[in-house]
Design a protein around this ligand. Structure first.
Ligand code: DX5
Ligand code: ZN
Length: 321
């Protein structure tokens, strides 16, 4: 699995609902990181899906985290059922007419992650009264109700930064931004560039004839690539596997520097280089570090390198003498 930041939550809304166990097995085998469960009540949205009993049945079929997305008008009435069903996170909509705070508190009191979702027209500022109770902000990039609609990139771009600020104000670590609706191989890169944590993918996984595992990996890596480009101001980022030479030293000194650098958590590759031949007949060794951390290695270890270069000179002189 890649080292990128985006994780995939598979929505089984567009699966064959007469065989949910099979759908759950498929998304799990395909390497999805979570399962996203769209609960609809034919009132908050013009569609009806499944409820807590179905989620409890799914719970018995998989170890994957279950994220419940409740598109219902009165989640408060049923929240205990969803908790008992074994949801790992529960997200409700901020646009509902009942008090939201008790529901969020109940979710957190049960030790699960609590989320609020916003429809495309609802600003992130609507979440401010609940900011301190949120583990998840779910940004909807389609109108809730159906799978297979078109992705609204402008909505995500406008909200992703605000959502992050809101979460970070009280959760330095572990807050999640979920993006829900219209994520597929065409939209994943742009979505990833906004730095969201969880991409919810529904219909794109259930296209007949498509290899679901490949689709999961493709969407995840496209999102990560978008994120890397975004971090780098739109310029192609340094490939993460490129190594650059940091120092050339006689073997015994190269080994010492290598240990020092690795102690700071940075991997070092030591190779016999094409540098100078020492009086003992052995060429200097090269120390290579990942290009992505070259600057920080330079800042931390340049002084040590200079000292060892001095030692190398002294060693060569004493050897020749
Ligand atoms: C829409 C649901 C989404 C939907 C995503 O109301 O909340 O989770 O299933 O499906 P796609 O990926 O097809 O937009
Ligand atoms: Zn959803």
């Amino acid at each position: 699995m890649g080292t990128g930041r985006a994780r995939i939550a598979a929505s089984v809304l567009d699966a064959d609902l007469s065989n949910l166990a099979h759908a759950v097995r498929r998304v799990q085998t395909a390497g999805a990181d979570r399962i996203h469960l769209d609960v609809m009540d034919a009132h908050f949205v013009p569609n009806l899906t499944f409820g807590a009993k179905t989620i409890a049945a799914i719970r018995r079929r998989t170890e994957l985290p279950l994220d419940a997305h409740l598109m219902v008008s009165e989640p408060g009435r049923y929240i205990q059922e969803y908790l008992d069903a074994g949801c790992d996170s529960i997200t409700v909509h901020v646009e509902i007419d009942e008090p939201i705070e008790p529901t969020l508190r109940a979710i957190r009191a049960a030790g699960r992650a609590a989320g609020l979702a916003v429809k495309p027209a609802t600003p992130i500022s609507a979440l401010e009264p609940y900011a301190g109770l949120l583990d998840i902000v779910m940004i909807m990039t389609v109108e809730p109700g159906f799978g297979g609609q078109s992705f609204m990139l402008d909505v995500l771009r406008e909200k992703a930064g605000d959502a992050r600020t809101l979460l970070e104000a009280h959760k330095a670590y572990g807050g999640e931004i979920h993006v829900d609706g219209g994520i597929n191989r065409e939209t994943a890169e742009d979505a990833g560039a906004t730095g969201v944590d969880i991409l919810i993918v529904g219909s794109a996984l259930f296209v007949k004839g498509r290899d679901m595992g490949r689709e999961v990996r493709l969407i995840r890596s496209l999102a990560d690539e978008g994120f890397q480009y975004g971090l780098n101001g739109g310029v192609p980022p340094i490939p993460r596997d490129r190594m650059v030479r940091f120092a050339s030293l006689p073997k015994h000194l190269a080994q010492r520097l290598s240990v020092d650098i690795e102690r700071t958590g940075i991997p070092v590759v030591m190779l016999r280089g094409d540098g100078q031949i020492n009086p003992d007949g052995v060429r200097d060794y090269d120390l290579l570090v990942p290009a992505t951390v070259e600057a920080s290695v330079e800042a931390t270890h340049a002084g040590r390198r200079e000292a060892l270069l001095g030692e190398a000179d002294a060693w060569r002189r004493s050897f020749s003498a």
